[in-house]
Design a protein around this ligand. Structure first.
Ligand SMILES: C[S@@+](CC[C@H](N)C(=O)[O-])C[C@H]1O[C@@H](n2cnc3c(N)ncnc32)[C@H](O)[C@@H]1O
Length: 174
């Protein structure tokens, strides 16, 4: 994740005064650290990843950055198995950085999870420029294009595509 994307994530979490954030794709915790910095001091990041070693690494990274252990809830598993267990309208921001083949499903789940005025954010929607390349593209790029179209056409969302890093698609839920 680029420093500009990290700064944007902090700013977005602070903009919605985030107390509850859901993250799809814990990874090594880079995005989580930025989100935690932008959230309220009592905010809790719920982060989902099927790889236990990724979550273990992120847990250590959060601790090294000085975040108390109760600031993050690590849920092991695939997003589409875990998200249905999370509360309706219980989140201020949903950050999607998991499996690119599941982007439309993440959008549907995010709309359910977000409170009105909450933000859904997708990382890497430029796919290194392949999203706007006219040549044949792999399925994950086709899924990104479908996501961009769905967000643009949704009556429920007010979107903006920020040209930071590899493209950060953001949308406010009305
Ligand atoms: C690009 S990395 C995330 C990077 C992370 N946000 C960071 O900044 O460190 C993608 C992550 O998504 C996870 N992942 C893959 N499939 C997933 C799924 N179905 N549900 C949730 N996470 C998934 C991978 O294990 C990987 O850790």
């Amino acid at each position: 994740m680029s420093p500009s994307t990290g700064a944007a994530l902090r700013m977005l979490a602070a903009t919605v005064d985030a107390k509850a954030v859901a993250e799809i794709g814990t990874g090594t915790g880079v995005s989580g650290i930025h989100l935690l910095h932008g959230m309220r001091p009592d905010g809790v990041l719920t982060t989902v990843d099927p790889e236990p070693e990724h979550q273990q690494f992120a847990r250590q990274a959060f601790r090294a950055c000085g975040f108390a252990s109760n600031r993050a809830r690590f849920i092991p598993g695939r997003a589409l198995d875990v998200l249905p267990r999370l509360a309706d309208a219980g989140y201020d921001l949903v950050f999607c950085d998991g499996d690119r083949l599941e982007l439309l499903e993440y959008l549907a789940e995010s709309l359910r999870l977000l409170r009105p005025g909450g933000l859904v954010v997708f990382e890497g929607v430029f796919a290194n420029g392949r999203t706007v390349d006219s040549g044949p593209q792999p399925t994950e790029v086709i899924r990104i294009r479908e996501l961009l179209r769905a967000v643009r056409e949704s009556q429920e969302l007010v979107p903006s595509l920020l040209p930071v890093g590899d493209g950060l698609l953001c949308a406010v839920k009305r």
